[in-house]
Ligand binder design. Structure first.
Ligand SMILES: Nc1ncnc2c1ncn2[C@@H]1O[C@H](COP(=O)(O)OP(=O)(O)OP(=O)(O)O)[C@@H](O)[C@H]1O
Ligand SMILES: [Mg+2]
Length: 228
């Protein structure tokens, strides 16, 4: 087993059979001990965060599988905090696709002149470039196409899948009286056949969730959704 990437919250290994193994770490993004799903630095370490993130990821990927939404998921080992996935190539150096139901985070920082905190947004999808040095800038469909990062058709697929997937997560949270404000997803082209699929993870670390108007921390979210 060969390590091919050391990420902020996960390490990536290549298995003998060509599949990838994602090892979920206890590192969380944020600053000075405060969690922030949009941050580009590891800000805190919490015992059990990796396993909790994987449990939620496994849960959501299984719900997506039931709905025939394509993902990289193969299986998961909660004890080891590892997930086996089909290898994919990311678009360019990697994109993040955000779906927003209420204004928060970078949306407010950018559009604060016009947007109010918590203002409802209609499953608004935006794409950002994974580029820590440039603070993950947002990019338009036209620019993505012009720069050869993806085709117009692939963009439409990303947008459609993002809305479908986010709605599944939103509905799952709603069953527990939790409201999804925003969620961040990653996509890639499967190395086997080029199909555009959801990759990476869906955990508390990728979303903002609120219960009775109070923000729900990632570990608490896992407990509320899956129980102890
Ligand atoms: N099926 C897959 N094929 C190829 N790469 C994948 C797959 N699933 C996830 N990845 C990549 O594995 C890496 C996981 O590491 P990690 O989540 O720590 O990300 P990061 O890029 O360092 O940080 P961040 O997500 O916070 O920007 C990411 O670069 C992600 O794009
Ligand atoms: Mg990541």
């Amino acid at each position: 087993m060969k390590r091919i990437y050391t990420g902020k919250t996960k390490d990536v290994y290549e298995l003998e059979d060509g599949n990838y193994l994602l090892k979920f770490k206890d590192d969380m993004t944020g600053e000075n001990g405060v969690f922030d799903p949009g941050a580009n630095t590891v800000g805190l370490v919490m015992e059990g965060a990796g396993r909790a993130g994987l449990r939620l990821t496994k849960y959501f990927f299984e719900r997506l599988h039931e709905r025939n939404i394509p993902t990289h998921y193969i299986d998961a080992d909660i004890e080891q905090a590892t997930m086996t996935v089909a290898p994919a190539d990311v678009f360019g150096h990697g994109l993040e696709v955000i779906c927003r139901y209420r204004a928060a985070g970078s949306f407010l920082r950018r559009y604060g002149l016009y947007a109010k905190e918590g203002q409802p947004l209609d499953a608004f999808v935006e794409v950002t470039i994974k580029d820590d040095e440039r603070q993950d800038p947002p990019i338009s469909k036209a620019a993505l196409e012009m720069l050869g990062i993806l085709t117009a058709e692939e963009y439409d697929t990303l947008e459609r899948l993002t809305k479908e997937i986010s709605q599944v997560v939103k509905d799952e949270l709603a069953k527990k009286g939790i409201e999804l404000y925003d969620i961040k997803l990653e996509f890639g082209r499967l190395k086997s056949n080029g199909e555009v699929v959801l990759i990476d993870e869906i955990s508390g670390g990728n979303m903002r969730a609120y219960k009775d108007g109070v923000y729900v921390e990632p570990l608490e979210l896992e407990r509320l959704i899956l129980g102890d």
